[in-house]
Each structure stands twice: as structure tokens, then as C-alpha cells.
Design a protein around this ligand. Structure first.
Ligand code: BDR
Ligand code: CA
Length: 312
């Protein structure tokens, strides 16, 4: 199995993504969970990481949790509490965390873990890239030592937090820029594909009737989420952004990828936080990312369902 670090801001779709990874030991070995500010504040994303481990039962045993950056590098902090609830995990009957977070900082852990297995570790980032950018600044050889960064963020087209910018990119554009300019191998899963991975009412029902707590809690979270998606985007069901990025690590064929140059707008203004993706290669600039351009959403959801069924 691939050694992975899961970095994110749970957040309900981060939590579901992490359950998917924890339930897939044949493909991935989770070295640790690193929490970052984002959907809700760092205290909550750290606590939610611990709750997610408790939800995973045996599959989460022994996986350490580290708290990371509590704010973006430069811009003021922003959250998405309207989408994820004030707690970040709007569901009832959640287990209490069985333990606390480690005392080591997430950024130190990332650096240590990557160094421990040069060329092997995949960093799956499903939140603002603040921890990853800080790790690259702390240890400039890290981009070379990582196998790759798999990021849910950005978009080849429309944004969701502004017309131009996706939430994870906008929540720390400077960090995203550092990572994209670092030379690390990046696979990017943006809104152009994740908005097609929808938790329709029928799919939520299949989760609810799996007969386990993980299915029940996921269904409850996605039902809360669906309300916001209806109101905001006129969609029937919320988008499973973060789970798609994890799924693509487990099953690389789920998305068709295209190499291209991606730059992040860090000037404040209409396009602040936009990932400018050179889909047609018109700039002649070298590709710095592989960007998902299609998704097999039936296969993706089938995988999610099959893996969550393994959990308590
Ligand atoms: C991303 O923003 C967050 O609200 C979600 O968790 C996901 O990572 C989608 O834009
Ligand atoms: Ca997220």
C-alpha cells in the first residue's frame, strides 16, 4: 500500500474522504492526519480529525493526529461554516474522540514522515494548502522527497466561493501558489470534476441503509449538506469533492488527467484565488500539474459505498 498523509479541514466531505482512505488498507497506509484551518477553525478541524478516527473504529487505531496552521499565510482567515455547520460535522450520535492530538506540529510531522521514506509518501490535501506550503518553506528539499501532492482544490473553470475561486484555493492563495511553484508533482482535482460527483438522494439512501454507523453518519452529514447545495447552487445533492481526490489515489483510472500549467492569482481583486489552468496550452509554459478533466462518477460512488460498508 502507498504511504499517505491526509491533510485537511474536516469539514464533512474531508471526514468522508478520510473514512474512505482508512477503510482501504490494501491501497493506502495512513501515516497520519494533519489538520489545518479552513471549513471551520483549527481547534474544530483537529477535534473532527479525532472524531473521524473514532468513527473508523479499528481502521483508525494507532493513526496519529497533528494540528497545523490556524490561519492562512497572508490573507485573513475565512471559513465555510454555512456549508459544514458551526461544528464542521453536523451529525448526531458522533463518537467521542478516544484520545487527543499529538504535541508535534503538523508541519514538523509532514517533514519527518516524508524524510523517513524518501520518494514514497503521497500527501493528499483536501483543504487550504497552508500546512503543505509551510512544510516546503521549512524543508526546501521536501518537494523532491515527496512522491506527489494530490489536491482537491481549484477549478479549470468556475469557482464556488467567488465566481473565479474555489474555496481551498481562495482560503490560502499564497500557499497554493507556493505548492504549485515548488516543482513537486501535483495531481489536482478541481470543481470541474468534483461538482459531477454528487451525493444524490438515491445515493444518500444507499449510504443510510448500509446498516453501519459510518453509513448512517455519512448520510446524515450529506443530508445537511444537500440543503445548502439546493439553496446555493440549485443542485439536488452535495458534491463529494474531497472523497473524489482520495478515491483517485485508490483507483487512479477514475479521472482522466491532463498535464498543464496552473497558476494561482494572488493579487486581490475579482480573480483573487483563481487557479488559472492553461487547458489548451496557449501560454507555452511548462506543465506543473496533472489536472483531472473527466470523472467516472458511478465507479467513484460504487467504490465509496463498498469501502464505507467495511467500517463499524
Ligand atoms: C472544498 O471546500 C471545502 O468546503 C470542502 O471541504 C472541499 O475541500 C470544495 O470547494
Ligand atoms: Ca476540505
Amino acid at each position: 500500500p502507498l504511504p499517505v498523509i491526509l491533510d485537511g479541514d474536516p469539514g464533512l466531505d474531508d471526514a468522508i474522504a478520510w473514512l474512505l482512505a482508512l477503510a482501504s488498507p490494501e491501497e493506502v497506509r495512513v501515516l497520519g492526519l494533519t489538520a489545518v484551518h479552513g471549513n471551520v477553525g483549527l481547534d474544530r478541524t483537529t477535534r473532527n480529525a479525532l472524531v473521524t478516527l473514532a468513527l473508523a473504529g479499528e481502521a483508525g487505531a494507532g493513526v496519529p493526529v497533528y494540528a497545523g496552521a490556524n490561519r492562512p499565510l497572508i490573507r485573513p482567515a475565512m471559513t465555510a461554516a454555512a456549508v459544514h455547520g458551526e461544528s464542521g460535522l453536523p451529525a448526531s450520535g458522533l463518537p467521542e474522540p478516544g484520545r487527543g492530538a499529538e504535541s508535534e506540529h503538523a508541519v514538523d510531522f509532514i517533514s519527518r514522515a516524508v524524510r523517513g521514506q524518501p520518494g514514497e509518501v503521497t500527501l493528499v490535501a483536501t483543504g487550504p494548502l497552508t500546512n503543505v506550503a509551510l512544510a516546503f518553506r521549512l524543508a526546501p528539499d521536501l518537494p523532491e522527497l515527496l512522491r506527489e501532492v494530490v489536491w482537491m482544490g481549484g477549478s479549470t473553470g468556475q469557482g464556488n466561493r467567488t465566481p473565479a475561486a474555489e474555496f481551498n484555493a481562495l482560503a490560502d492563495p499564497h500557499a497554493a501558489r507556493i505548492v504549485l511553484e515548488s516543482g513537486v508533482r501535483v495531481r489536482m482535482f478541481g470543481l470541474n470534476v468534483t461538482m459531477q460527483a454528487v451525493a444524490t438522494p438515491e445515493r444518500v439512501e444507499r449510504l443510510r441503509t448500509l446498516g453501519n454507523r459510518a453509513g448512517r453518519v455519512s448520510a446524515e452529514l450529506l443530508t445537511f449538506y444537500a440543503g445548502i447545495y439546493r439553496e446555493r447552487y440549485g443542485m439536488t445533492g452535495g458534491a463529494l469533492h474531497d472523497p473524489l481526490a482520495v478515491a483517485a489515489v485508490i483507483r487512479p483510472g477514475l479521472c482522466e488527467m491532463r498535464p498543464m500549467n496552473v497558476q494561482v492569482e494572488t493579487q486581490e481583486g475579482l480573480n483573487f484565488g483563481r487557479t488559472v489552468c492553461d487547458l489548451y496550452g496557449v501560454t507555452g509554459q511548462a506543465a506543473n500539474a496533472e489536472v483531472a478533466v473527466t470523472v467516472d462518477d458511478e465507479a467513484f460512488f460504487g467504490l465509496l459505498l463498498e469501502r464505507l460498508a467495511r467500517l463499524p
